[in-house]
Write a protein that binds this ligand. Structure first.
Ligand SMILES: Cc1ncc(C[n+]2csc(CCOP(=O)(O)OP(=O)(O)O)c2C)c(N)n1
Length: 379
């Protein structure tokens, strides 16, 4: 084809149209797979021994919550469960980095983080019995609705972050809360998510995107969705980004701290890709042996986030058999608590659906609520 004397032929100039070489994927790791510390010039773990030991404890309890809940589903006491086995370091690392006013907009697998933020476990289990609508007071818990519509919550999170920034513009005494938005590798293909990135970048929203790359969106492998590493996608939106080892609690903590500080300092959004692996099924109704190789799963077992943290803490002299035995006991008691919590799940009251729709309910809603209450009383 020739237009105005120009030919439409492209010459294959390396590096001009796409990278000549596959782009390197540097991954932040502070705790090696053998549990020894790794130096990184940009991220230095700043934790006391007590904080680090607390992280191990939290990971152990989250794993217990997850295995108990999976068993509850097998016993027919939950309709469904979305296991988080292998992703504990992300939820604990994030939790340890959060400030007291920060808000979390989760995906559908962040049960451990929800628990650490103080959401009663029966409310989480209730989501998976189908009795809980997730209408807890998110302003109070700072952990928003567990999102089942893939990616939709990223827009809510960015909108909220923009509100947080406006609050501070209007009142310098307002709190310093920012928003942390968690989504999966599959969510990155959703239109909503890409709109969220654009909004966050355009308005320099105090938002952190944490992409949990567990490599599978149900049966879709991440490579099919993105020929480039996910953290590099953020560059196209002008969002600084980093990939971290998602099975390394120290790396997740350090990167999340970095990103939250940027947001708090008015430097806009950041993106963290936490590279991990979903050890279990997508949910209890799925069979991963149908679509993925057993050896892949076995390989990831050697990168277990709990073992790595424990090995490191023992080498540092802040963990020993005595502490481990006490933690095992605590986990046993907690397991029983989870099994009891499933019996505390109640059906919601019909009139509750009107609560928290608006900050100030409209006259129509007040009237509808009153009508439902009186009809229920007359039955
Ligand atoms: C808008 C929308 N499309 C499709 C689905 C069905 N669905 C549920 S989970 C899921 C995969 C999500 O993968 P990812 O974002 O990587 O999160 P992960 O489940 O791996 O934690 C899909 C496609 C959905 N819930 N919502």
């Amino acid at each position: 084809m020739s237009v105005g004397g120009l030919t439409g032929q492209l010459t294959a100039t390396p590096g001009r149209f796409q990278p000549a070489q596959p782009v390197e994927v540097p991954t932040v790791q502070l705790l090696g797979e053998d549990g020894t510390l790794v130096q990184d010039p940009d991220f230095v773990p700043a934790l006391t021994a007590a904080q680090a030991a607390r992280m191990l404890r939290d990971m152990v309890l989250i794993r217990r919550f997850d295995t108990e809940s999976t068993a509850l589903q097998r016993k027919g006491q939950l309709s469904l469960w979305a296991p988080l086995l292998g992703q504990e370091a992300i939820q604990v690392g994030v939790h340890a980095a959060l400030g007291r006013f920060d808000h979390v907009f989760p995906s559908h697998r962040e049960h451990g983080l929800a628990m650490l933020m103080g959401l009663p476990i029966e409310r989480l289990l209730g989501i998976f019995t189908g009795q809980e609508s997730g209408d807890w007071d998110a302003e109070q818990v700072r952990f928003h609705h567990l999102n089942m519509v893939i990616g939709g919550h990223t827009l809510h999170g960015v909108g909220y972050a923009m509100g947080q920034a406006r609050d501070r513009q209007a009142d310098p005494q307002a709190d310093d809360g920012v928003s942390l938005i968690i989504h999966g590798d599959g969510a990155i293909s959703e239109g909503d998510v890409n709109e969220a990135y654009i909004f966050a970048a355009a308005y320099q929203a105090p938002a952190v995107f944490l992409c949990v790359n567990n490599q599978w969106a149900i049966s879709e492998p991440v490579e099919r969705q993105s020929p480039v590493p996910l953290y590099q996608r953020a560059w196209g939106f002008g969002i600084p980004s980093v990939r971290v080892d998602g099975n390394d609690v120290l790396a997740v903590h350090a990167a999340t701290t970095w990103a939250l500080e940027r947001a708090r300092a008015g430097q806009g959004p950041s993106f963290i890709e936490a590279y991990t692996y979903r050890m279990g099924a997508h949910t209890t109704s799925d069979d991963p042996t149908k679509y993925r190789d057993k050896d892949e799963t076995i390989q990831w077992q050697s990168r277990d986030p709990l073992t790595r943290a424990e090995t490191w803490l023992r080498a540092e002299g802040v963990w020993d058999d005595g502490r481990q035995a006490r933690l095992d006991q605590e986990a046993e008691a907690f397991g029983e608590q989870v099994r009891e919590a499933v019996h505390k799940v109640h059906d919601p009251k019909l009139e509750d659906i009107f609560d928290r729709v608006y900050a100030r309910p409209t006259a129509d809603l007040v009237a509808q609520r009153a009508q439902i209450v009186s009809e229920a009383a007359a039955r």
